[in-house]
Design a protein around this ligand. Structure first.
Ligand SMILES: [Zn+2]
Length: 486
């Protein structure tokens, strides 16, 4: 198993309060860095996809095995995976069909002329940033992102690796966009008299229910892929059960997983797979079941059979605070150090000794003193999200590094240890190591289903739950007989 690099630790070590000491070997060490930088700057980053397979592998270094598509914010509009045998680069995966062949019509260009260019969305991109790299109009990016109908596909709907085909004139004025959203959906945008108009073409497909069951032999990911799940489905399965099970520590050989999902066919040809509709995990003899439910607004979540969400909601603030003494600001003057220092969290002023609560479930990965942050607790929620709480007067008793905590649990008490002008909690919310504004970041999780939603869930998903139970029983028989055999 690969060693998990926790960028939060790196970050903590990188922000000491004292000035760095001169190291005589530093100029020598900088030579390869400068060479790499020069190489990076002179290498075109938007090479056509055909070249991607042969590009140097250093160009794509990922710390985590999951593609960034699984990072927050979760994209709910993208439900269907394109059918494929996992090729190396995602941009290649999405180029499964020339867009024009899907939707021929008077509005569609007949062939890809030289003025069509491929714009690949990079991690952290907005449409404007991606357009800027290709010399495309900034104003057009805004008009497209703000289209009242379907514009959201170009804001929160965009994911790293997505490929837009853009037709533009020499000045960067955009004429049209073709965008294959997923196996079933294709979006076309055309310039019109007063801006842009978009049309979403949906391919019809036959849905067939598929179920897979597998046992843990090597590692969860390997075994999930071996059982026939796609990367995305394996990652989704991981996320579904991440609150109940720590996949790095709790999963044992012999544990089993079950997943039920739709496979999409067009004239007997498999064109894609749907999201996981229901899943079960048998961990240490305990069965955990999850069923996907889509509400009236089209928002999907996974729930337990009793209607409680698999991922309960986060809360916004860790204390009952009196006021926000300093907001999140990546460009502020530090009150004590008197120089520009990013404020990577929100400061909640509260009385000394007031309890600080975990804002979400997780595991304590750091608990101790850290320079200007004083007494710090860091909680990892999942592979993407960490929360950190600084300036504590003292820690809650009975907790240590490795302890699991639940949302709402007291983890320490308000103080002013480290560099602080008054008692407050400095609270950070990080996604993939990057600070996000705790007051505005979209928080994952869902409230329990109630009333007519709960009734609809139970009526609609009874068959899926029965199927899970059936498969779980079979899996148990399988486990028992495996244990009996010599
Ligand atoms: Zn602060």
């Amino acid at each position: 198993m690969g060693k998990f690099v926790d960028r939060d630790y790196l970050w903590l070590r990188e922000t000491p309060q004292k000035s760095p000491r001169w190291r005589p070997w530093a100029p020598v060490a900088l030579v390869p860095v400068a060479a790499a930088l020069a190489w990076y700057l002179t290498t075109p980053t938007d090479a056509p996809p055909a070249d991607e397979a042969t590009a140097p592998t250093v160009a794509r270094v990922h710390v985590q095995p999951v593609e960034p598509a699984h990072a927050m914010p979760v994209n709910f509009s993208r439900a269907f995976d394109t059918a494929r045998a996992r090729p190396p680069a995602r941009s290649v995966q999405l180029a499964f069909a020339p867009a024009a062949s899907l939707t021929h019509g008077p509005n569609q260009p007949n062939d890809a002329k030289p003025d069509w260019q491929r714009v690949t969305i990079a991690s952290g991109d907005t449409l404007s940033l991606a357009f800027a790299r290709h010399g495309l109009s900034y104003m057009d990016s805004l008009r497209i992102a703000h289209m009242p109908h379907l514009g959201h596909y170009f804001t929160r709907g965009l994911q790293a690796g997505d490929v837009l085909e853009v037709k533009a004139d020499d000045t960067g004025r955009v004429q049209a966009i073709r965008y294959t959203v997923d196996a079933l959906h294709h979006l076309s945008v055309r310039r019109s008299d007063d801006g842009f108009t978009a049309t979403l073409a949906e391919r019809s497909a036959e849905h067939r229910q598929t179920s897979v069951s597998g046992a843990i032999r090597h590692s969860f990911y390997r075994d999930a892929l071996a059982a026939g799940l796609t990367d995305r489905q394996a990652a989704s399965l991981h996320d579904i059960f991440a609150r109940d099970v720590d996949f790095a520590r709790d999963i044992q050989p012999g544990d089993r997983f079950i997943a039920v999902y739709d496979t999409l066919y067009d004239k007997q040809k498999q064109i894609g797979t749907g999201p996981i509709a229901a899943a079960a995990l048998i961990n240490n003899g305990q069965v955990i079941r999850a069923v996907r439910y889509t509400d009236d607004n089209g928002h999907s979540e996974y729930y337990r059979p009793n209607g409680r969400p698999m991922r309960p909601a986060f809360v916004r603030a860790p204390v009952q605070y009196t006021r926000i003494s300093s907001p999140f600001n990546l460009n502020r003057m530090h009150p004590i150090l008197h120089r520009i220092r990013r404020h990577e969290g929100t400061d909640y002023a509260a009385p000394e000794g007031a309890p600080i609560h975990a804002t979400g479930d997780g595991r304590i990965i750091f608990r101790g003193r850290r320079g200007g942050y004083g007494n710090v607790v860091i909680i990892r929620h999942n592979r993407h999200i960490t929360m950190r709480f600084a300036h504590m007067s003292r820690f809650a008793r009975g907790l240590h590094v490795g302890s699991r905590v639940r949302e709402g649990q007291t983890i320490g008490y308000v103080g002013m240890t480290g560099l602080a002008t008054g008692p407050h909690v400095h609270y950070e919310f990080r996604v993939d190591g990057r600070p996000r504004n705790p007051q505005t970041v979209p928080l994952p999780g869902a409230p329990p289903l109630q009333g007519h939603q709960l009734a609809a869930f139970k009526a609609r998903d009874a068959a899926l739950i029965a199927k899970l139970d059936d498969m779980t029983d079979n899996a148990r028989v399988h486990m028992a007989s495996a244990a009996d055999s010599p």
